[in-house]
Design a protein around this ligand. Structure first.
Ligand SMILES: Cc1cc2nc3c(=O)[nH]c(=O)nc-3n(C[C@H](O)[C@H](O)[C@H](O)COP(=O)(O)OP(=O)(O)OC[C@H]3O[C@@H](n4cnc5c(N)ncnc54)[C@H](O)[C@@H]3O)c2cc1C
Length: 715
């Protein structure tokens, strides 16, 4: 239907030009026909006014050139006041019809093409669209019809468009209608607007924008009004928290010779080193080896049940933390020029941070800027009985298990997200009887169903009892027995356990260090703008505390923006770029992703094509007896533009890097296909995926002709 309407409109506009109808709307034609129009007008003034009004609406609604001439005609025929009223309403109604038409006919396809990438534009339009439209309307050099059509593609409300247009076009309309009252003196349309007049319009147009910027500045200053700014500062920057975000922020500050203090209350390196990425990956490695020993027959060796001491396995995990610790240590950072304090930081005012040192004393530092990098902590669901269940989280399990001689026998893992899956599989592979409980109907819900099914199948094969659609409701103790009661399809399902790990998510640390007292806005995280500024433009947030992603590499990425904006924002500010964010879940198969997957694309209404390459076909994967998994690439239909990639398979996290680079730098699958990949490597999977895409886009008609050409050459 939309296509038919669009075709009819295009045909109508073409007809106007083909039959030279638009030449009726030129200055010369107006001047020569004015006498006739005046005669009609003398006979039936209301009808002429009505027909003029309707014609004006149609010309503007169909974006036919000639509105300027018609505005002059209004002045000539109806005089300043009546002409002004007629044109002012007709032009706004016509413009709004064009706006609504563009929205109805084109918006969906534009949205499907650009999807989430329009989000920033739509947000901008929501915030300041009326101001921009007003400016565009006021300055009559911007093409009238283009503004109508383009605005229709944004999320601006039709009513807003109507009244801002009516108001914004008023001054220009006065000038043109007034000029029309003295039509005989006008030789050309361009003569109506002198450079001086255009400049006045421009100034008038940008005035509301400037006024808004000034108001914003005043508002920003207002948040500081209740505080006394120190005359001098001890530091250029104070960073709260020495996890990935805090370490990188302070590293950058010291590298550019700023005076920076990094305050850490607990362990240098934060969650990633001490409770997160590092220990979990160390455990996963031991578990993988145990798994391979059990399945050694796959490699032509005798399968064996791995004999090991759990205490030694956990000691290895801690020794690996120790081995990496120097990278994040006080010594290293002090050596880099960072002033490191071990203690608990509290923000007292926008320029003062109080530190309760581990030694017990308290001190205060004044600083030009603050970077909040306080991280996140595990969510503990408030279930009845949980406090006495002896539950563990990623914060406590590494130390608790290090004390044990024995592997947990019956382990429950609450949560089917990445952390829950990694831990479930690792403990199952080491020999625990693991039950994983997930409320949703599948694990890894952010990934496409086929990918979570792949992970689920592999984890089940490793012995993980995955219970999806199970809601944990309470904990019970019956004598020595510990029981988790879950609800599944209306019935209670009881699960006995020796240990339970809560891995149902992580929440930003927001309490206890002054955010509430000074009024830094928070919801689930610290609220920041695109420069990572909080309500106070000299206080920034980065990492898990700021969200929206909870990854070490994103924390480090944000740290660059937070520290550079904190130190140099008065000269130039940078908007944090989330356009290409990769991540991986280190289960076996690993699941790695960058950009969109199918479920995201559907949710966001973005058109896509899928190309799959099965890793079961890859020589190196076959040689390694690891021939399973998939490379799944989403591209813009008919175009060599990558929208997103999911890889499931061995070393998927490493394989993804090539696609991350490609997306970051706008390279397509042709470029990956044209790049030599070493044989035999797993990385060849990427090239073969690109090959699949190329095959699907081969020019079939041309190939038929090529076949004929070669047949002809045979003689
Ligand atoms: C089990 C597990 C596995 C994970 N695996 C991965 C993975 O494979 N890949 C990945 O990218 N991410 C992984 N993550 C997530 C990753 O650990 C986090 O995204 C990352 O640590 C966030 O860094 P951050 O600097 O924001 O916060 P954190 O590392 O949490 O650092 C914040 C620091 O601030 C300190 N602090 C808080 N308040 C104060 C205060 N008032 N004064 C002084 N100090 C304070 C805390 O003590 C802490 O050390 C994993 C997490 C877990 C739990």
């Amino acid at each position: 239907m939309k296509k038919i309407i669009l075709l009819l409109i295009v045909a109508a506009v073409v007809a106007v030009f083909a039959f030279d109808l638009h030449s009726l709307l030129t200055l010369d034609s107006l001047k020569s026909s004015l006498g006739k129009f005046r005669e009609f007008q003398a006979e039936s003034p209301f009808m002429v006014a009505g027909v003029f009004f309707a014609a004006y609406v149609l010309v503007t609604a169909f974006s036919i050139p000639g509105a300027a001439v018609m505005t002059l005609a209004a002045g000539a025929l109806f005089g300043l006041l009546q002409g002004l009223i007629l044109v002012s309403f007709a032009s706004t109604i016509g413009a709004t019809l064009a706006f609504v038409g563009a929205r109805y006919l084109l918006r969906d396809s534009v949205q499907a093409k650009f999807g989430n990438r329009l989000k920033a534009i739509n947000e901008g339009v929501e915030k300041e669209g009326a101001f921009y439209l007003f400016t565009l309307r006021l300055v009559p050099v911007f093409p009238f019809f283009l503004i109508n059509l383009l605005m229709g593609l944004t999320s601006m409300k039709a009513f807003t468009f109507f009244w801002v247009s009516q108001l914004g076009m008023f001054a220009g309309t006065v000038v043109y209608v007034n000029a029309g009252t003295e039509l005989a003196k006008i030789d050309s349309l361009s003569g109506i607007l002198s450079p001086g007049l255009i400049l006045s319009f421009v100034l008038l147009g940008i005035f509301p924008l400037i006024a808004k910027k000034v108001t914003d500045k005043i508002k920003a200053r207002k948040v500081y009004a209740q505080w006394n700014k120190p005359a001098k500062f001890d530091r250029n920057m104070v960073v709260i928290g020495a996890g990935a975000a805090g370490l990188v922020s302070s590293y950058i500050a010291s590298a550019v010779k700023a005076k920076v203090t990094l305050i850490e209350a607990h362990k240098m390196g934060g969650d990633c080193l001490n409770f997160g990425c590092v220990p979990s990956k160390a455990l996963i490695k031991s578990a993988k080896l145990a798994h391979q020993m059990r399945h050694a027959a796959k490699y032509g060796l005798h399968a064996t049940t791995p004999g090991f001491s759990f205490k030694v396995v956990m000691a290895r995990v801690h020794s690996i933390i120790k081995a990496i610790e120097p990278h994040d240590s006080v010594e290293r950072y002090t050596g880099l020029g960072v002033d490191v304090i071990q203690g608990y930081a509290k923000i007292i005012d926008p320029w003062t941070v109080e530190v309760k040192h581990t030694s017990g004393e308290t001190s205060r530092l004044t600083t030009r800027s603050i970077v909040i990098a306080a991280g996140a902590e595990p969510v503990v669901p408030p279930l009845p009985g949980i406090e006495t269940s002896g539950y563990l989280t990623s914060d406590t399990l590494w130390d608790e298990f290090a004390k044990r001689e024995e592997l947990p026998k019956r382990l429950v893992v609450l949560g089917g997200g990445p952390i829950g899956c990694e831990l479930s599989q690792a403990f199952a592979r080491l020999g625990s009887r693991v039950t994983q409980v997930e409320l949703a109907d599948r694990i890894m819900v952010r990934e496409d169903p086929e990918i979570s099914a792949m992970a689920m199948e592999s984890m089940r094969a490793d012995g993980v009892n995955i219970l999806t659609g199970h809601k944990a409701v309470r904990f019970e103790r019956r004598g020595e027995q510990k029981i988790l009661v879950t609800e599944h399809q209306g019935s209670n399902v009881e699960i006995e356990f020796d240990d339970i790990i809560c891995a149902v998510g992580r929440k930003a640390r927001l309490k206890g260090y002054g955010l509430e007292e000074i009024g830094v806005e928070t919801n689930r995280t610290v609220i920041t703008n695109e420069y990572l500024e909080t309500l106070y433009p000299n206080i920034f947030a980065a990492g898990d505390v700021a969200g929206p992603y909870q990854f070490t590499h994103v924390a480090a990425h944000q740290a660059w923006y937070a520290s550079v904006n904190a130190l140099f924002g008065h000269l130039k500010k940078f908007k944090v770029d989330y356009s290409v964010i990769p991540w991986a879940t280190f289960t076996d198969p690993e699941v790695a992703r960058v950009g969109l997957n199918e479920q995201d694309a559907k949710e966001q209404g973005i058109a896509y094509e899928v190309t799959r390459y099965g890793i079961d076909d890859l020589d190196r994967a076959i040689a390694d007896s690891d021939a399973h998994g998939v490379v799944k690439v989403l591209t813009v239909p008919g175009k060599d533009k990558i929208l997103g990639v999911t890889i499931a398979g061995v070393h998927a996290g490493d394989l993804l890097a090539e696609f991350v680079l490609a997306m970051k730098h706008g390279l397509g699958l042709n470029k990956i296909l044209g790049t030599i990949h070493t044989y035999p490597t797993l990385a060849e999977a990427n090239k073969y995926a690109a090959g699949e895409w190329k095959r699907a886009h081969a020019p079939q008609k041309l190939l038929v002709w090529l076949g004929k050409y070669h047949a002809w050459r045979l003689g």
